[in-house]
Write a protein that binds this ligand. Structure first.
Ligand code: SAH
Length: 425
């Protein structure tokens, strides 16, 4: 229960260093804009979040007690436990392949993976024969160290060779090999379950507005009167992005598009087709209807996206209709469905009851109930947070058995857990 306790500390703490402002990101951006002109919102986001020297993710533990936002795995252990069951259920439905890679994008403090690995070690009987391994795609060396402490108890080594695609490796406290990479292309091929929790919302977006002359891109410029301030401008002519990233039948007048998210979905779809497996994407998002979702978070409060860049998290809701479109018909896409529906289908109510029965301390019981409420209440994360999956087509087709005239339909495939009720055979 310690994680829930630290969450509530985190929401009330006002650390001293929170007010210290580092202007290096702003200086870097203003000199860049002055020499080459306004930059796209995508470039702004990329520089602010993942610049290897000054990026927000590279330098912050944004989820800690002194952090800027809080995520489901940090709120309740039940979240990761149910996802652990989801991973096992998809592996079983795929015919229990020998190789089983669990891949997570942007694992934050490692809490989700830690809860999943606990479930895996409790399910060692059904998982028995599988050769399991963990693969983390993480851009921040600082967070990778925290993840390693959480998952390996310091049993990890950093690579001394800068060109090594595996920049850290180790063994989890549950005995599995674990590897860290900077990008998906470095993760070995093979049957994989891919998880991305609050990852796609951190990928850079372009912003467009419909004008009388057609679509125009919103850019970031230096303020004409105040040199150390940034402002949004609308470019008078089309950009490559504004002429290529929008749909001809787009109904909205303001649109955010995340091409890096699109590229990642294509890479995931290719791998799922070639090697089998599934991807589960969990994020604040919508199905192609929302506009103007780009926002900043600092110390758990909304923060002006252009103010003090590098000191606050930047995020934009995920457009799942765009992800579905780029995935194409190579894979089966299901969702998005709400976090509330997904967790209820996975049996969150039963799991809560079991934990409450085993927990004597009233304050821990209250925290469990409060965590459950934050995750599932439609007014909190229940409806706004969405789940979306990519599956190999074989997953939902009924296999044929036998030869020639003896051919018979095999058993119907298991429903996909979370998107319908959990059912393990
Ligand atoms: N999944 C965690 C953390 C979410 S924050 C949770 O839900 O608690 C986003 C995470 O993605 C951080 O770990 C951040 O360092 C990582 N990240 C952001 N952009 C990335 C990129 N382009 N490549 C790899 N990791 C990235």
């Amino acid at each position: 229960f310690s994680r829930t306790a630290s969450l509530f500390r985190s929401l009330t703490s006002t650390p001293e260093n929170r007010n210290k402002t580092d202007h290096s990101v702003l200086r870097h951006l203003t000199s860049k804009i002055k020499s080459t002109g306004p930059i796209s919102v995508a470039e702004y986001m990329r520089e602010v979040l993942t610049n290897p020297v000054s990026g927000y993710y590279v330098n912050h533990d944004m989820l800690g007690p002194d952090g800027d936002f809080i995520t489901s795995p940090e709120i309740s252990q039940i979240f990761g436990e149910l996802l652990g069951i989801w991973c096992v259920s998809e592996w079983m439905a795929a015919g229990r392949p020998k190789q089983f890679q669990l891949v997570e994008f942007g694992p934050g403090r490692g809490s989700l993976m830690s809860d999943i690995l606990r479930v895996f070690s409790q399910l060692s009987a059904p998982l028995g024969g599988a050769e399991m391994s963990c693969h983390l795609v993480e851009v921040s060396p600082r967070l990778s160290k925290l993840q390693a402490q959480c998952l390996t108890g310091d049993q990890s080594q950093v690579s001394t060779n800068e060109d090594d695609p595996v920049y850290r490796r180790g063994t989890t406290t549950t005995g599995l090999p674990i590897y860290w990479y900077r990008r998906i292309s470095d993760v070995p091929q093979g049957f994989s379950i891919f998880l991305a929790h609050e990852f796609f919302d951190a990928l850079p977006i372009h912003i467009f507005q419909k004008t009388e002359k057609g679509w125009r891109e919103v850019m970031v410029d230096v303020h004409p009167e105040t040199e150390d301030k940034l402002r949004f401008v609308l470019l008078p002519s089309a950009t490559l992005a504004s002429s290529t990233l929008l749909q001809t039948d787009e109904k909205r007048r303001h649109v955010e598009v995340c091409p890096e998210g699109g590229v990642l979905i294509q890479q995931l779809a290719c791998r799922i087709v070639e090697d089998g497996g599934a991807a589960l994407i969990m994020d604040y998002g919508h199905d192609g209807v929302k506009t103007d979702t780009f926002r900043g978070f600092k110390a758990h409060k909304i923060h002006d996206v252009l103010a003090e860049p590098g000191t606050a998290d930047l995020t934009a809701d995920v457009d799942f209709s765009y992800l579905r479109r780029v995935a194409g018909d190579r894979v089966t896409c299901i969702g998005p469905i709400s976090q509330r529906a997904f967790l209820k289908n996975m049996g969150i109510d039963t799991r809560l009851q079991v934990l409450l029965r085993h927990c004597q301390d009233p304050s821990n019981q209250a925290q469990l109930i409060q965590g459950y409420d934050i995750l599932t209440n439609p007014e909190k994360m229940g409806e706004r947070f969405q789940f979306f999956t990519l599956l190999n087509h074989r997953r939902l087709t009924t296999p044929e058995t036998g030869e020639g005239l003896q051919k018979r339909k095999g058993p119907a495939p298991l429903p996909v857990a979370g998107f319908s009720e959990l059912c393990l055979r």
